[in-house]
Write a protein that binds this ligand. Structure first.
Ligand code: RP5
Length: 192
């Protein structure tokens, strides 16, 4: 059992916005944090508050359930769960909530994250986990924003703007590539 309340602690620290958290970001170990912080960062760009916690399906099973129940009662909308190896965290969270759960398989040295990908994606019928790519925490954050945006027009506009900026950036780079040719482009961008 944990000593202090798990919910409402704004665990993402300097990555969090002043908005009350709507997304709970969980990871099995602090060794997952550099990957999982990408979800908190992109949510913060959309002005969505999140909390980041290290809670493990295997090492702290009671605390996971306690957190899910408390944050669900506090009005959270989505959970994002990252774990590596025998990655059961997202599935366990999904077993205890009716909120959408997004799973992030974390890469590891022994199997490059393929075991986590299968463990996260291959959920039994009735208990879905929306699984993103191995180490795909940024996409998990964007997907969480898109889920919340289905009932928030202002947020939906922000998601559209995000996609427009992304498209403009790619087209700008393509323009430069066409102007310079691939050899000079590679040189100028330090890609060779
Ligand atoms: C999983 O085991 C964690 O999600 C992490 O990806 C992996 C290794 O954990 P550590 O041994 O680094 O704490 O539970």
């Amino acid at each position: 059992m944990v000593n202090k309340p798990l919910v409402g602690t704004f665990g993402s620290g300097d990555l969090s916005t002043s908005s009350p958290p709507l997304v709970g970001i969980l990871m099995g170990s602090d060794s997952d944090l550099s990957v999982m912080s990408e979800a908190a960062k992109v949510l913060s760009e959309f002005g969505i508050g999140s909390e980041v916690h290290t809670l493990s399906a295997h090492r702290t099973p009671e605390a996971v359930v306690e957190y899910v129940k408390a944050s669900e009662a506090s009005g959270y909308k989505v959970f994002i769960c990252g774990a590596g190896g025998a990655a059961h965290l997202a599935g366990v969270v999904a077993a205890h909530t009716a909120l959408p759960v997004i799973g992030v398989p974390i890469m590891n040295k022994t199997t490059a994250g393929v075991d986590a990908l299968f463990a996260t994606a291959q959920m039994p019928p009735g208990v879905p986990v929306a699984t993103v790519a191995i180490n795909g925490a940024k996409n998990a954050g964007i997907l969480a924003a898109q889920i919340i945006a289905t009932s928030d027009n202002t947020l939906q506009s922000k998601v559209f703007e995000y996609k427009k900026r992304m498209a403009a950036d790619v087209l700008k780079k393509n323009g430069e590539l066409q102007d310079k040719g691939f050899r000079k482009y590679l040189e100028d961008h330090g890609l060779i």
